[in-house]
Design a protein. Structure first.
Length: 392
């Protein structure tokens, strides 16, 4: 069923929609009531009977996390781990790769700051080399250049599917084809794409995938996930260990869990884990294809409306678009604009050079505004946003 016919229900399950225009979904989406209810219900259970006892009673709900994420990504439940956030999920995978001096990492111009900082640290510690593949004039990773940079020393290709500072969808499947052809580990960051488009790890061809719950999946904060392809598991050494990720066999021996849970910690946000499972199920019930179509429809409307304003520069163009639209209002600094909109109950984001240094340095940018739409947003909200935006 098209989402247009369900918009009233979806907005009624998102109470803030009554008074708030939330165009900051790439930062943190508004959580729907069924997800919030699942989190609060478990927290109340913990209060009533104790944390350990509540976890034992809710075991089947906790286990649903793995099947829900497996359904979202089209993989096996054993290939999924729950991690407290996307950055830590990315780190757990990245630091488990046995890099040696002279190994090379290929990454994109639009790579996220935290990911690139980890690369710089490993470069300092081990002597690996980092090669940044430039984007073309539309902001898309140059596949020809990526192919040219392939050598037998390339250990990893790391890609951010949709950058934090741009709405351009990177060619994840094409990169996967190159990585698989040359038997190179492929790590994909889907923080901004999961929940707003269909993701299939088999079609994409990634070996590792990391994401967060709080953005387009509309899950709780403090939740993330990690996918590790089964065939890769035993080639990686998790950087941390505890009595959940491994079992203590003797005084001198331990054994890792047989599946991706070897990357987890024993202590975690149990209510958040249950909530993220519910958020994934909520998205799957609506249909990822339906979600993607509605978000892109709204994004095209907002881009057209912004482009019609004489004093606004929009950075997204072409066909590879998502729900993230970045722009600059020429007569108003991005932070000032963001603050001016807040009393009008309009949320937007700001992207700074410090979190996208490779990209912004190349594009000559310092700070820009980011409006990120979700399926529960409306054309009326876009019109109101443009009205308030152009009032000054």
């Amino acid at each position: 069923m098209p989402l247009d016919s369900q918009i009233h229900r979806m907005r009624s399950e998102t109470p803030a929609c009554k008074n708030l225009i939330h165009f900051n979904n790439a930062g943190c989406s508004l959580t729907p009531k069924p997800v919030l209810d699942s989190v609060i219900s478990h927290l109340c259970l913990e209060q009533e009977i104790g944390g350990y006892e509540a976890a034992a009673q809710a075991d089947s709900q906790i286990e649903r996390f793995y099947s829900a994420l497996a359904g979202l990504l089209n993989c096996a439940a054993g290939e999924i781990a729950f991690i407290e956030n996307a950055t830590r999920a990315w780190d757990m995978a990245f630091y488990s790769i046995p890099f040696q001096k002279g190994d090379r990492i290929l990454t994109g111009q639009a790579e996220y700051a935290s990911n690139y900082l980890a690369m710089l640290q490993v470069q300092k510690l081990t002597g690996i080399e980092i090669t940044v593949i430039p984007s073309d004039e539309k902001g898309i990773l140059c596949l020809d250049r990526l192919q040219q940079e392939i050598t037998d020393r390339v250990k990893l290709i790391a890609l951010t599917h949709i950058p934090s500072q741009s709405g351009i969808v990177q060619p994840a499947q094409a990169v996967g084809e190159i990585a698989n052809k040359h038997n190179i580990i492929y790590l994909l960051d889907v923080c901004q794409s999961a929940g707003q488009m269909t993701l299939d790890v088999n079609k994409i061809g990634c070996d590792i995938l990391t994401g967060t719950g709080r953005k387009y999946l509309r899950g709780p904060r403090g939740t993330g996930y990690l996918y590790i392809k089964n065939e890769l598991l035993d080639k990686l050494e998790p950087p941390f260990i505890d009595l959940h990720s491994a079992s203590w066999k003797s005084e001198q021996e331990f054994e890792w869990q047989k599946n991706a849970r070897r990357f987890e910690n024993w202590e975690c946000f149990v209510a958040g884990k249950i909530g993220l499972a519910r958020a994934v199920e909520y998205a799957m019930e609506l249909g990822l294809e339906n979600i993607e179509n509605r978000i892109q429809q709204l994004a095209r409307l907002l881009i057209s409306a912004l482009q019609a304003q004489k004093n606004i520069t929009v950075f997204e163009s072409g066909d590879c678009l998502s729900g993230i639209i970045t722009f600059i209002k020429n007569d108003e600094k991005p932070l000032v604009l963001q603050q001016r909109l807040q009393p009008e109950n309009i949320n937007i984001g700001v992207s700074k050079r410090s979190s996208a240094m490779l990209d912004f340095s190349k594009r000559g940018l310092e700070t820009i505004n980011r409006a990120s739409l979700h399926y529960y947003n409306t054309e009326g909200e876009i019109n109101k946003f443009i009205e308030v935006l152009s009032a000054k």
